[in-house]
Design a protein around this ligand. Structure first.
Ligand code: ISE
Length: 336
């Protein structure tokens, strides 16, 4: 790889900092040249770790800066859609953290802007698509060795979310990844959802401690997603696909099994930054490579939009305590 892509990063929380260090130390062909955060001290701390990038306090200025060829958006969710549209207007490739927007209408605005521009510039951080364990499960299912895929399942265990998250927080913050995995791994669209949940006992009834969602796909296949928002012991993700003649599933834990003193044990990851260390690196490398190749790849603005439409239907279903159909608009040609 001979050329280097100059990257600007907006937001220096956990994800922004992770992207900054991956792009500086692990991803080939990238250089972090600009960092934006309203917390200038934090921006300076992260810039120093990346070898001294230019600091910005204004995101639009960073997007317009000549030393920025590609932008990573890791700002709070409410800024995602507007900043992504600004990157499209500037003609700069963008990796936007999930969710792409705070709701369907905003996400549809991003898709419209990209379609009007006539070329894909957006990759959305639905990064399970780069996780070797997810990819391996999909590869076995796609091989057809187990016949047609009948059922998709995922179990998503969070140690805690800090306080009592609402049903909306759990679905758009956590389960949106599994919604994307279901669509991507089954290569099918979700047409109907039914959400049930257990609230935290001491909090308002719309808080959600454990969420279970049943899915129906356009092909007639079924799915089940579950999320424990406050497991208290660690972080785990498992996906499985049941076919006509077999089942393929990932291992919930990545660590070795240790047997000692009449006991057997496995270390459990603390959070997603540990569990998906490799996936974030592969995601960043794929994004940089797509810029060098001149065409965005990976989860698209359309995927980001549809995952939000499905998430909104799941939230409505939980609130109404009944199944809800998902109305999908027609897919623009730009997205194949
Ligand atoms: C977090 O924001 C993430 O993006 C993780 O991938 C997800 O597993 C976790 O549940 C979210 O809270």
């Amino acid at each position: 790889m001979s050329r280097t892509v100059k990257v600007g990063i907006i937001g220096t929380g956990g994800m922004g900092a992770r992207h900054a260090s991956n792009l500086t130390y692990l991803v080939a062909g990238a250089e972090v040249t600009a960092i934006m955060d309203v917390d200038l001290a934090r921006a300076e701390e992260i810039a120093a770790r990346c070898g001294g990038a230019q600091i910005y306090s204004d995101a639009e200025e960073l997007i317009a800066a000549p030393e920025v060829e590609g932008v990573v958006i890791a700002a709070p969710n409410r800024f995602h859609a507007g900043l992504t549209v600004a990157c499209i207007a500037a003609g700069k490739p963008v990796l936007c953290e999930k969710p792409l927007a705070t709701g369907g209408e905003e996400a549809s605005g991003v898709v419209d802007a990209e379609v009007r521009g006539g070329r894909r510039l957006v990759q959305v951080g639905l990064m399970r698509q780069f996780d070797p364990a997810h990819v391996a499960v999909k590869r076995v299912s796609d091989s057809g060795a187990q016949g047609k895929a009948l059922v998709f399942r995922s179990v998503h265990i969070n140690p805690s979310n800090g306080g009592a998250p609402s049903l909306g927080d759990v679905i758009t913050g956590s389960l949106i990844h599994d919604i994307h995995s279901a669509r991507w791994m089954m290569e099918d669209e979700i047409v109907r959802v039914h959400t049930s949940f257990i609230p935290f006992s001491s909090d308002p009834p719309d808080s959600a401690r454990y969420v279970m969602i049943q899915l129906e796909f356009a092909s007639g296949a079924l799915g089940g997603l579950e999320c424990n928002a406050d497991a208290g012991y660690g972080y785990e993700i498992q996906v499985s696909i049941t076919g006509e003649t077999g089942v393929v599933h990932s291992s919930p834990l990545q660590s070795p099994v240790v047997r000692h003193s009449n006991a057997s044990g496995q270390w459990v990851e603390e959070d997603w930054l540990q569990r998906f260390r490799e996936a974030y690196f592969i995601e960043g490398q794929a994004w940089v490579q797509s810029i060098l190749d001149g065409a965005a790849t990976g989860p698209s603005a359309w995927d980001g939009y549809v995952s939000i439409l499905v998430a909104d239907a799941c939230i409505l279903s939980g609130e109404q305590r009944q199944p809800v159909s998902v109305e999908l608009p027609e897919r623009p040609e730009l997205y194949g």
